[in-house]
Design a protein around this ligand. Structure first.
Ligand code: NAP
Length: 253
């Protein structure tokens, strides 16, 4: 295997939720491998823009609230207009709501499922049609979770959505592998981002979590960059329907 297996020069990746956190870490990793970035966000991704442009690749910000599927066609249209299309889709945007299951509200159920699962599926569908219609290879990377494998506590809609992401990753791979599209997922472990702020500030939960991570630290957004480049590149052309844990060893315990 040569380094060129991981070369993404001339490719374009759509990365949702890339103004901060893991999405920003993966966007920067893909840009470092030469990829143009279409950053899809509900807030201006100025820091990501600056850091991608410093790496010397193209950057386009698309405003979109993925609480609904309404913006999906426009995301593909803007990628097409600016870069001639997209080769990679990273479905990263996601939210979490914490409450006891006895108290959990329908609103907290619907809001999480809409962003984490429904928009992920319909954006993947639009991207797959774009690839097939344009006779181009495609790479879809979904962001799963430890709660794709485990039950979790006080996060019912999040667990349902992330378990669903693992299942949909397999389903989409089964349907689209023969059409030249790789669908895989990354399951991050416990990473230091906004998503885990409440956990990291709860002394008991944070001690319990850290004590179980063999690597002995929370993960950082940069920890996902290598896995994202692998799954976006030709190095993973025969990898389909897999969910790759990047978790400091959490699942091995
Ligand atoms: P984060 O810092 O909260 O980032 C979440 C991203 O999703 C932000 O860019 C956020 O935008 C965006 N987003 C949320 N709702 C959106 C919407 N309706 N439309 C468009 N964008 C939206 O948390 P993170 O940890 O980086 O999370 C990234 C992904 O990793 C999520 O899918 C999360 O479930 C998953 N994950 C995280 C961990 C962890 O330990 N941190 C572990 C496993 C999986 P705003 O900045 O505008 O809110």
């Amino acid at each position: 295997m040569s380094a060129s297996f991981f070369d993404l020069r001339g490719k374009t990746a759509i990365v949702t939720g890339s103004n901060t956190g893991l999405g920003q870490g993966m966007a920067l990793g893909l840009a470092a491998a030469g990829c143009n970035i279409v950053a899809v966000n509900r807030r201006a991704p100025e820091e990501t823009r600056r850091r991608v442009e410093e790496l010397g690749t193209g950057f386009l910000a698309v405003d979109a609230d993925l609480a609904s599927t309404a913006p999906i066609d426009d995301i593909l249209a803007q990628a097409e207009a600016r870069f001639g299309g997209a080769d990679i889709l990273v479905n990263n945007a996601g939210i979490i709501r914490r409450a006891d299951s006895l108290e959990f509200t329908e609103q907290d159920w619907d809001e999480v499922l809409d962003v984490n699962l429904k928009s992920l599926f319909f954006l993947s569908q639009a991207f797959a049609r774009h690839c097939i219609d344009g006779s181009r290879r495609g790479k879809i990377i979904n962001i799963a979770s430890m709660l794709s494998f485990q039950g979790g506590i006080r996060v019912p809609s999040y667990t349902a959505s992330k378990s669903g992401v693992l299942g949909l990753t397999r389903l989409m791979a089964n349907e689209w592998a023969s059409r030249g599209i790789n669908v895989n997922a990354i399951a991050p472990g416990y990473m230091a981002t906004n998503n885990t702020e409440a956990l990291r500030h709860d002394p008991e939960r944070s001690r319990e979590i850290l004590g179980r991570i063999p690597a002995g630290r929370w993960g950082d957004p940069e920890d996902l960059a290598g896995a994202a480049v692998f799954l976006a590149s030709s190095a993973s052309d025969y990898v389909h329907g897999h969910t790759l844990a990047v978790d400091g060893g959490w699942l091995a315990r």
